[in-house]
Design a protein around this ligand. Sequence first.
Ligand SMILES: Nc1ncnc2c1ncn2[C@@H]1O[C@H](COP(=O)(O)OP(=O)(O)OP(=O)(O)O)[C@@H](O)[C@H]1O
Ligand SMILES: [Mg+2]
Length: 280
Amino acid sequence: MTAALSVRAVSKRYGSTTALDAVDLQVGAGELVGLLGPNGAGKSTLVKIACGLVRPTSGEVEVAGAPAGSRVARASLGYLAELFRFPGWARADEVLALHQRLARSDGGAAERETLLARVGLDGEGGRRMETMSKGMQQRLGIAQALIGDPRLVLLDEPTSALDPGGRRTVRDLLVGLREQGVGVLLNSHLLSEVELVCDRVVIVDGGRVVTEGPPERLTSPGGVEVETGDGVRRLPNARREDVPRIVRELVDGGSEIYGVRVISGTLEDAYLAAVTGRDR
Ligand SMILES: Nc1ncnc2c1ncn2[C@@H]1O[C@H](COP(=O)(O)OP(=O)(O)OP(=O)(O)O)[C@@H](O)[C@H]1O
Ligand SMILES: [Mg+2]
């Protein structure tokens, strides 16, 4: 099956600044990939190259099998820019209608209503941008990115302004996209969210991919905690497979067990280990 996004050996230089250096990245159909990295790492540059807004200095980029920037590629993707702004006078419905025209979607009012509902803005189509909170505008921005059922959705920090309820809404929406076979590249600094929803993460630093893999493979085990009648015991070097033996030994030794927890490291730990201490 054709990948939703295929990036091969892409480099981008702005004068003497190397924003991307031989980056390879794939997003499969129905795959949710988190793109992480420090400020200035090159994440937005990569997303703009995928959109065809920025031309790579070298390398190949394809969206749904078509060269990035081509008409087919542009028609196959939805994009929410990191610093977007809709005109204050426009109503939510007008913003969506404009983007429907730009995307050549014939979904009409039904598509606009469905999209507003998907981002938790049901019935808000008549609201002007200037009366909407930042989070509401961000929700609208996500709705805009989904116009025309794109095969690839590029979201550059889509939840930075959202409240916890809004983040949950977006997480559910992303899971729905995965089920529909849409590829998603999610650029975010909210690692706990990325960890919850992404199939795979790619960490970039200084324009290079420094680590990638499923979140659970990147995080390291953090030991086992056992709650006994004498209190909580922490066994920092124990792993999940040690639990039966630990419990047996404690019970044989006369302890009562009230709970056992296998602790895993967080994606944040893995991220910091991957990027800290590198020259930038
Ligand atoms: N149009 C441009 N002209 C010159 N340099 C640029 C341009 N756009 C980006 N850069 C540089 O390219 C590098 C990567 O920037 P980019 O915006 O891709 O980072 P980012 O990973 O998205 O960071 P952030 O987390 O802050 O959004 C930075 O050094 C930045 O200064
Ligand atoms: Mg950015």
